[in-house]
Design a protein around this ligand. Structure first.
Ligand SMILES: Cc1cc2nc3c(=O)[nH]c(=O)nc-3n(C[C@H](O)[C@H](O)[C@H](O)COP(=O)(O)O)c2cc1C
Length: 192
């Protein structure tokens, strides 16, 4: 099972970093698979720690992809990198094994502490739409415009029927980022 979460990490120089990641849950193990180059990868290899933040605030996902990474953080319990202050729950991780790979290393991690902070209040189609659009934004330099446009048209239906203010704001940031790349050229895309 892959869960879309926000991963917080810390560099050897004590700089915090936050990034959306799809992490694999396999039994007791969590496997993080960052594509090179990646600050997340560098930080985990340097400090052997990370924090999974479970959040339904999709502005954090869209924000990280559009240059808005300044989300409130607070100290974790067992590891030296912080968690999102607004997380519904979080899990603190330590690296057990790094499987090297030129494209996408596999970082095997174990949970050393978990806590819940607020209830999960159900699924929302607009949140799904924002997550999928954020993934499209992270791949703008790889995907043809026709595919991006047809996927956005499909996602917009669920967004328009079910979004609250946070989902609309997150969607707006992503649409602006897509428009910027369309006018400036693909070399401006996230990850390009
Ligand atoms: C929902 C979602 C899931 C993502 N999952 C991954 C992932 O598993 N691996 C990855 O390298 N990037 C993933 N990304 C893209 C990264 O968040 C983004 O490219 C980020 O900048 C990673 O690079 P960094 O570690 O240097 O911040 C995902 C993005 C979204 C929106």
């Amino acid at each position: 099972m892959i869960r879309e979460i926000i991963l917080t990490t810390r560099s050897a120089e004590d700089r915090f970093h936050i990034a959306p990641m799809g992490v694999h849950f396999a039994g007791d193990e969590v496997i993080v698979m960052p594509f090179r180059p990646s600050t997340t990868l560098d930080n985990i290899l340097a400090t052997r720690q990370a924090v999974i933040n479970y959040t339904d605030d999709v502005r954090v996902f869209a924000g990280c992809l559009t240059g808005r990474r300044d989300w409130p953080l607070i100290d974790s319990v067992r590891v030296g990198c912080p968690r999102l202050a607004g997380a519904l729950a979080h899990a603190e991780l330590e690296l057990t094994l790094a499987e090297p790979d030129d494209l996408r290393p596999r970082l095997h991690m174990r949970i050393v502490h978990e806590a819940t902070h607020a209830p999960f209040r159900g699924f929302n189609r607009a949140q799904f739409a924002v997550l999928e659009a954020a993934i499209l934004v992270s791949r703008l330099n790889l995907l043809p415009w026709g595919k991006i446009e047809s996927e956005l048209a499909y996602l917009r239906t669920g967004l328009e029927k079910t979004a609250g203010a946070a989902e609309r704001e997150a969607w707006g940031w992503l649409m602006q980022a897509i428009e910027d790349v369309r006018t400036a050229g693909p070399e401006k895309a996230v990850g390009a």
